[in-house]
Design a protein around this ligand. Structure first.
Ligand SMILES: [Zn+2]
Length: 357
């Protein structure tokens, strides 16, 4: 309430018609204030041993305690406690060494299915479907050369759900495959698709996929759901052909909206397990054997699609604010398997960072 009154005093009603998820990027001075708040939070939140942390938290039946999966640090800095409808609640800690944000306790991999009870595939269709396909299109446009020409190229969509992306991929001529852990989603996907095929299970259990040789692997809003990201990324690396690339879209742990809203951040959804930034995803890729990585900022779907109601001046301010803070709400990552991939897709507007473990 106090914040709302302060905002009213500082900004009047000028930003009332701007959607709340854009205001943080637009109101003069707000970015710097939110970043200062974040630094203060990190400086003040206690850091404790894992033993002390475990005494603090009850452990659910499907849960386990973790060390940091990026750097191995065992100490914990508790920061957030997201909650939501139907009473779900979990705890998010920050690694005091590398800054990785993760749910702790986390979900035991063999109990992951418990998070995706029936009804998940229904959630994946409907209005959600149209928004998703628009987002995929915008991302393919942002990474144009990689997705321009699908002909004859093998593509794997990991966590393909009901096949919304595979549908676009087969339309572009890709020789496209998907895997997913929800049998009903796989069934729906195969009805939707004509040439592309999706399979239930892990990639190594499906011969057509285990054969590897993929030119492109995509993870659309899947990374935050992975309980064993390092093992998975080593597998992706091995499934890529020479010159292959891996595309990841995930929530951004540096989001200015996280800094502003804390536990109420939209990225803390019921089934998310780990939260990456451009820094921590670099660690993951380097350890999995990738050679390079590039990022493209995400400004929000309406700004990118040109359907925003913001004035051109405000839209430009939003872009600058996202860039200055690396603080878009989503993060788009293009990882390069090897030097050949860097040579093939480098150049152009992408800045490639080489990864050295
Ligand atoms: Zn760490």
């Amino acid at each position: 309430m106090t914040n709302r009154i302060l905002a009213r005093l500082a900004y009047g009603s000028r930003y009332d018609r701007v959607p709340w998820e854009q205001r943080v990027y637009l109101r003069p001075g707000e970015r710097l204030i939110r970043e200062a708040q974040w630094r203060r939070l990190i400086a003040r939140a206690p850091i404790m041993s894992r033993a002390a942390y475990e005494r603090l938290r009850p452990l659910g039946e499907i849960e386990e305690f973790l060390d940091c999966m990026m750097c191995g640090e065992s100490r914990q800095q508790p920061l957030f406690e997201p909650t939501g409808g139907k009473g779900w609640r979990y705890h998010v800690v920050r690694c005091p060494s590398c800054g990785f944000l993760y749910r702790n306790p986390n979900v035991r991999p063999e109990r992951l299915g418990d998070l995706y009870s029936t009804g998940y595939s229904t959630f994946l269709t409907g209005k959600y479907a149209a928004n998703r396909q628009r987002r995929y299109d915008l991302t393919m446009k942002a990474l144009a050369p990689v997705f321009d020409e699908g002909k004859e190229r093998r593509l794997l969509d990991f966590g393909s759900g009901v096949g919304l992306f595979l549908e676009l991929a087969e339309r572009r001529g890709f020789d496209a495959y998907g895997v997913d852990l929800s049998p009903e989603s796989v069934a729906q996907a195969n009805e939707r698709l004509s040439r592309a095929r999706t399979y239930f299970g892990a990639p190594e259990d499906v011969p057509e996929i285990a054969a590897g040789g993929f030119d492109v692997i995509t993870l659309w809003s899947v990374l935050a759901h992975l309980p064993r990201p390092l093992e998975d990324f080593q597998l992706f690396r091995s499934l890529l052909a020479p010159g292959g690339v891996l595309l990841v879209l995930t929530v951004n742990a540096r989001s200015l909206l996280l800094k502003a809203y804390g536990s109420k951040w939209s990225g803390f959804t019921k089934n998310h397990l780990m939260f990456y930034s451009s820094q921590t995803v670099r660690t993951l890729l380097a350890r999995a054997g990738f050679a390079g990585v590039a990022f493209t900022h995400h400004y929000g779907d309406t700004v990118e699609a040109g359907t925003t109601k913001l004035s051109p001046a405000l839209a430009a301010r939003l872009r600058r604010s996202v860039e200055a803070s690396d603080g878009g709400n989503m993060m788009r990552v293009l990882a390069f398997a090897d030097e050949e991939a860097i040579g093939r897709w480098g150049g152009g507007p992408l800045t490639i960072h080489r990864l050295h473990d």
